[in-house]
Structure formats: C-alpha cells, structure tokens
Design a protein around this ligand. Sequence first.
Ligand SMILES: Nc1nc2c(ncn2[C@@H]2O[C@H](COP(=O)(O)OP(=O)(O)O)[C@@H](O)[C@H]2O)c(=O)[nH]1
Ligand SMILES: [Mg+2]
Length: 201
Amino acid sequence: MHIKSAEFIVSNQDVAKCPNNNIPEYAFIGRSNVGKSSLINMLTERKSLAKTSGRPGKTQLINHFLINKNWYLVDLPGYGYARVSKSTKKVFQKFITTYFEKRKQLVSAFVLVDIRHDPQPIDLEFMQWLGEHMIPFSIIFTKADKLKPKAIENHIESYKNILLETWEEMPNYFITSASKKIGRDELLAYIDSINNNLNKH
Ligand SMILES: Nc1nc2c(ncn2[C@@H]2O[C@H](COP(=O)(O)OP(=O)(O)O)[C@@H](O)[C@H]2O)c(=O)[nH]1
Ligand SMILES: [Mg+2]
C-alpha cells in the first residue's frame, strides 16, 4: 500500500465523539514506550504524525488519523490498570475498554510489544481481554533492530510457547522496527488486504 495521505482528524477521550461514519479502523495499542508513535510515523512516512517522546504515559487520548481517505489509523493511549477502590481486581482503564466494546468500525487491533522483553502480564491479560470480547488482533513486535536474527527467532519461539498455554493457536504477528523500517510492507499489505475484502461485501 502506498501512503498518499495521512491526516490527523480528531483527539478525544470520549468514544461517543469519535468520527461517526463507516470508515474501517485499526487500533494501535501497547504499554507506554513500546514504540507506538515511532511505528505510526514509520508506517505513514510522516516524521511526527504521532508525537514520539521518551516521556511515558503522556497521551491519554484516542487519536484518529485518516489514511488514504479510506481507513483510520487509531492511536490509543498506553494501557495500564485502572485503580478500582477497595478491590485488588485488575481492570483496564475504562475509556480503553469502552472504545473496544463500543466501536463498531473497529476491524482489528494491533497490540504492540517490545521484542526484547519477556511476555508481560499486562500485555497477556490485555490480549486475553480482547479474546474474551471477540475482538480480532495481531501482535506487533517492535524494536527488532535491537536484536540479532537468531535472538529474534528464539524470542518469538518462547513468546509463542507462553501464548499457547492460553491460546489454541499463536495470534497473527508482525516483526517490526521503526528505525530500520522493518515490517512496514507486510503490515500495510495486511491492512490493505482486509480493506479490499471489506469492500467486496
Ligand atoms: N532502536 C529502536 N528504538 C525505538 C524504535 N521505536 C521506538 N524507539 C525508541 O523507543 C522510545 C519510545 O518510542 P515512542 O515511539 O515514543 O513510544 P510510545 O510511547 O509507545 O509512543 C523512544 O526513545 C524511541 O526512539 C525502534 O524501532 N528501534
Ligand atoms: Mg507515543
């Protein structure tokens, strides 16, 4: 997919105020600092469409970007657990879960995880939550330039083994690097193929 245009449309915390039309959308989410802004800028070939920064947890907004005037790239805030008073129950921030529960235009989520790290409970729990809510997702491993090919292979293998303890099969995944532009073509082709299928129906 060639990116002809990438426009910022709107930011807000209220799912009800997200664009009200039938354009398919793809949501990017992960812990702060995972490389989400960098990946979005790499995909769209825009230097600062999504602001990158070393300061975690700054963005707490749902950001809609319109790509090629035919799909939305949605930049979600880094997730964390919400504090629920008098309870040790772990729940994700309300506006993130509300977004996924309510957003009919959502085609698929992309859950970003740093390829250097072992599976983190919060990432696994979030994937579990998506699964329970029947929300399709792919995993995007970020910062692949930080590891050698063999280490990437080993890491994916052990990640797979842990996921297979709860999943029947390994979710779809992509290996990416924003700095080396790895995985860009694969990811865009994947989104393109889904969009083309949607148009057929
Ligand atoms: N080596 C390397 N560093 C990256 C990559 N992507 C992001 N980073 C760095 O990771 C930090 C967090 O990136 P950012 O995109 O702001 O993460 P976000 O908080 O998830 O939006 C920054 O210091 C980036 O320069 C990558 O592909 N390779
Ligand atoms: Mg960011």
